[in-house]
Design a protein around this ligand. Sequence first.
Ligand code: DGL
Length: 269
Amino acid sequence: MAVGVFDSGLGGLTVLQAAQARLPEVDFLYYADSAHAPYGVRDADDVFELTQKAVHALWARGCDLVILACNTASAAALRRMQEGGLPDGKRVLGVFVPLIEALSERQWGDNSPPREVAVQHVALFATPATVASRAFQRELAFRAIGVDVEAQACGGVVDAIEDGDMILAEALVRSHVDALKRKMPSPQAAILGCTHYPLMEAEFQAALGADVKVYSQGALVAEALADYLTRHPGMLGTGEAGYLTTGDAARVSDRATQFLRRQISFVGV
Ligand code: DGL
């Protein structure tokens, strides 16, 4: 019985780690489309096709519920997949909504009209594709009013993390935060809108300053998943736990082991 967790690469491990800590009794099957990462520089149709293929692969392995632990895939593919109709008994969920619920101080599933919230100046750091989609701003507008969002497309950060070049990743984080601050000098909160970025959370916090509240998705998505599984216990499926990649399994395993500081063994699909 396993829940599927999908990302273009290693970033979704930040969501997986939080979900495993919150739900130790649940098995997870992780799928990294490493051969096609990064997604953030692809166009929406391309991201949709790749995401759909990966989600179908997880469904075929018995994961009835798949979490898109990737903002780029959530922005380009989630709504389109759901509106296109899902196979019987299969579900797919994204990572935006739990974050927005937290920012807009709402309970999960609260469908009341949008209202004013405490935070008014928000910096959004995400991939170029997620920023271009404006999906985050659209979902936020359903729930909150009067929030000024300044988005910074963080080109290069995912590539550097996937390559294990953390010195480059750190330099890029600093330069993207500087660029954001030129547009919005005093953000109150910052959203790490790419699941790779929590691997650089300390660097984002240091560059932003201690007074900026940094939101990342792991724990929020894990909590939302726990709530979902309580309401839909039948969605645990029949899949087996494990780690799959479309890329070089040995290389991806090494990076994942380095990031999670425990042995992670991927197998190729
Ligand atoms: N972790 C993905 C996200 O949350 C990274 C996308 C990419 O591959 O560029 O957006």
